[in-house]
Design a protein around this ligand. Structure first.
Ligand code: 5GP
Length: 225
């Protein structure tokens, strides 16, 4: 019998702007009952349609800084427009102890902090098929000023330079293909020998023994006539 570790795995999903990592994560959650995403804290403004406690826990800069002082984050960073984003220790601990595999949808800086703390974390980077496709997707959103778009591009180029720090890269050209690739990564990771807690051979011997008895197996010596 193969027994996996009781605690779940930590999975980081990062990606360049408009790579569609949020959509990939939502699809993964729909298809895999044991996956959960940890809700981050942020001090950025809530956007239209976002729900506090679901998309993020929205707090002020002051509240965020108090949480830093109280050591409540596994990692945190200033990401877009110098706003804070952070992963709650309590939230992740609760999910891992339930045996859930926990997705952290975080940026490159946060990913490095988590990797240092837990080297066994699975790090996946999602990319858009090209920067011209990113430009098209940003324009289609039509929500940001030119300065904000330029800022996003700069961040995207900087992040691409950090890809070598990840274990896997998945290009999100066709959503279904990208989701399948991430699922394949997670399945393979689960099969890694170093993620298995115990392999028990006793059970297998017992089963073989019972099988032989059931079949009235006679262990005759081999006779060559
Ligand atoms: P957005 O403001 O568009 O929701 O997210 C901006 C960036 O912040 C994304 O790249 C996202 O991955 C990153 N992010 C979201 N939550 C966290 C977090 O808890 N920690 C870190 N380091 N980055 C985060």
């Amino acid at each position: 019998m193969i027994k996996s570790k009781k605690n779940g795995e930590l999975i980081i999903i990062s990606g360049t702007t408009c790579a569609g990592k949020g959509t990939v994560v939502q699809e993964l959650l729909k298809r895999n009952g044991n996956l959960e995403v940890s809700t981050s804290y942020t001090s950025r403004e809530k956007r239209d349609g976002e729900v506090d406690g679901k998309d993020y826990f929205f707090v002020t800069d002051q509240e965020f800084e108090n949480m830093i002082k109280n050591d409540e984050f596994l990692e945190y960073a200033k990401v877009q427009y110098a706003k804070y984003y952070g992963t709650s220790k309590k939230e992740v601990k609760k999910l891992l102890e339930k045996g859930k595999d926990v997705i952290l949808e975080i940026d490159v800086q946060g990913a490095q902090q988590i990797k240092k703390l837990f080297p066994e974390t699975i790090l996946i980077f999602i990319m858009a098929p090209s920067m011209s496709e990113v430009k098209r997707r940003i324009k289609a959103r039509g929500k940001e000023s030119n300065e904000q778009i330029i800022e996003r591009f700069k961040t995207a180029y900087n992040e691409i330079n950090e890809i070598h720090k990840y274990n896997y890269v998945v290009v999100n050209d066709v959503l279904e293909d990208a989701v399948k690739k991430v699922e394949a990564i997670l399945i393979s990771e689960k099969c890694r020998v170093d993620r298995i807690e115990e392999i028990s051979l006793e059970n297998q011997e017992e089963i073989i023994h019972e099988f032989l008895i059931d079949k009235n197996f006679e262990n005759k010596p081999i006779e060559i006539k």
